[in-house]
Write a protein that binds this ligand. Sequence first.
Ligand code: SF4
Length: 564
Amino acid sequence: MLHAKGPLLTVDVGERTATEAEIDDLLAETVGGRATATALAHERIPFDAEPFGPENRAYLSTGPLQQSQMSFTGRMNMTGLSPLTEGLVSTNAGGYLSRNFVEAGISVFEVIGESDELLAIHVTDSGVEFEEVPELEGATVPETSDYMAAHHDLGPEHCIAIGPAGENLVRFASVMTFDSRAFGRGGLGAVLGSKNVKCVTFEGDADAAPEVDVEIPNPPEMDIHREAATSDDRMRRQGTTGGTEFINDNFSLPTRYFEGYEFEDADQIGGNAVEEKKYKKGACSACAYACKLPTRDEERGVETEGPEFETVYAFGSMHGVGDIVDVMQANELCDNYGMDTISAGVTVAAYLASEDEFGNAELAQEITEKIARREGVGDTLAEGVARCHDDLGVENLTVKGMEFAAHDGRVLHGQGLSYAVANRGADHMYAGMLSLEYAGELDPEGTLGKADVLVDQENHNAFRDTGIVCAFGGDYVTEERLETLFDADYEDILEVGKRTIERERHFNNQRGLDRADDVLPYEIPDLEDAVAEYYDARGWNDDGTVPETTDAVASSETAVPSDD
Ligand code: SF4
């Protein structure tokens, strides 16, 4: 099967050392991206590690397609032990980083240890440099980018960076690239913050790094590109916000901290409202689909990229706020401070519920800034809803500590089942049940009989994050084309995804997560029986654990190099 190439680069920020390890066998088995990083994390992060301890590790990884010029491939994976869920998370960001990362001559970047000083790390094809950057303490993400441009002549397409939220260990801090693209979910920005890593840059010369060269099959690549460039999908104009009104009409847009399922002002913050504020096209590297949303409002002096649909939900309907410019401002705050807009918005919604202040966008933004800086009540809220809901006197509406994405599981029951069993909690990118239920391919009502589909969806998405293909390219990078691109049967492709899910689950099991954690904070029909069906379809034990004899768990021990 086609797979990424190149060594694993490990950087110990405490010791200020950098070492390379050859991982060809591991890449041949795991392809790249999320699967490779998960296999490494499974073996190299101690099961009893503290998320903010030096023994936790953060991985940045590419797949083989990041060397192509194919649409839907300008993306990167990041994996680590989450301070929000206490389990493994993988998160995925677009932008322009992937090509620069590959040209630095590596396939996976691993950070361990803990530095005494705030650091920037510079990775090139000729080595690694550590730079102490005390002057960047408390800097926003754009301020950090400006510093790298001024001192190193490197634009934000070369960088990952954290903002004040990551430095302050906000449990849902993101890692940002290209200023506005987020490795959002699960708080890996706080993991970098705990290591005192402010920024990492990547640059190199492709010709100087032949060890990473991957030959990509050409014909499907060109068709995909042409179709992406000529598509008249609404998403090309409105990004993910194009579905807002449809989702609202399907009673799946949670409103006012889950008080309701539909928002009376959805049209004020949906796709048409965002398109009115869009002033140019935006894309990720090499992507002709170009669905990104540079927006601005001159009257109020706001300029940002987005908001995407999940931000419209988290800072719009969940706050009872029906003004798109307010949502744009909140989006900009989260990007600058380096926070996941979903968890931040939902946590602020919990605060607004506790204060009976829905509709108060000004207060929401004030609280958002306080969270990033851990000032006042922001210090409490920075822990996330699962840890602060008692203080607020509101319900803990999370799964495994992760705040819900939109796409209400109380209405889309298969999606609810997915939220319950997902290794990373209430995240909508883990499986695609919501799409099937919106499209009517699956009846949204009921959970029984959906386990086999859910397993396939999870395995598919795990491979998608491995290859790596953008989640919005599904209509173009079809199963058949995946087979051609990866020179593999679709069954074998799903098998790579399956092993990844099993390794995540096994890791989490060792940390004590099991059936008791595969639950929802609200009732949907037959959930307990559906979870049992899911375990059965996966071949797992009745208590939600992965059998020790499972192939993926045993085989990674041999393929992953030791770091002794
Ligand atoms: S479809 Fe949109 S998000 Fe995906 S790679 Fe292309 S521009 Fe980026």
